[in-house]
Design a protein around this ligand. Sequence first.
Ligand SMILES: Cc1ncc(COP(=O)(O)OP(=O)(O)O)c(N)n1
Ligand SMILES: Cc1nc(C(=O)O)sc1CCOP(=O)(O)O
Ligand SMILES: [Mg+2]
Length: 207
Amino acid sequence: MKLRGLYAITDSHLLDGKLLEYVEAALQGGVTLLQYRDKSSDEARRLREAEALRDLCERYNTRLIINDDAELAARLNVGVHLGQTDGPLTPARALLGSRAIIGSTCHAQLELAEQAAKEGASYVAFGRFFNSNTKPGAPTCSLELLDQARQQLHLPICAIGGITLDNAAPLVAHGVDLLAVVHGLFGAQSAAEVTRRARAFNELLKV
Ligand SMILES: Cc1ncc(COP(=O)(O)OP(=O)(O)O)c(N)n1
Ligand SMILES: Cc1nc(C(=O)O)sc1CCOP(=O)(O)O
Ligand SMILES: [Mg+2]
């Protein structure tokens, strides 16, 4: 499977009371990867929501990724996204198997991406590129780094952080395969607007 397109990421606060409605709206517009990102410690709710998202993703042929939690990903037989403090990649690959999608946060550091590639990452994520409502304190990353990454890496490249329909085009021009978006997608006033935005993000990637 070619990892290119919109990478939708959920947010428990933003999607409170409308998680499945807004996620399904995004899936209708086209989502390559959906990440379940919930920073709470309510294990029962996390399992319930992740199972519901897995079932929804199956209907739309979208791959589900669990943020931070390789054990939960293994339980649901889906992928995982690991940051630099979320545990090592090699055991996660052993746990999830060779076909699982495993992503790695690399901030603005090519060395981290080279290391992730060696350890079996499926894609590498750089960011943040713009001001982010969801994670304002994340370290910043430049478009120039994307040029270097495109030359040196043979993995799909994901960009994250403050991405909207108005600022995403340069990221694609600099070689990004996956646009990872929270607010720029799910911050919409209606489900219909989420679908419209998802379609528009995918149009940007059709180059
Ligand atoms: C696609 C993608 N890229 C980066 C991140 C950030 O991961 P991390 O640094 O572990 O931060 P948290 O999201 O866990 O707060 C991500 N989740 N997804
Ligand atoms: C979860 C996350 N990680 C980032 C990083 O730079 O690693 S930025 C970010 C937040 C992405 O949400 P939004 O699209 O609302 O800015
Ligand atoms: Mg993390």
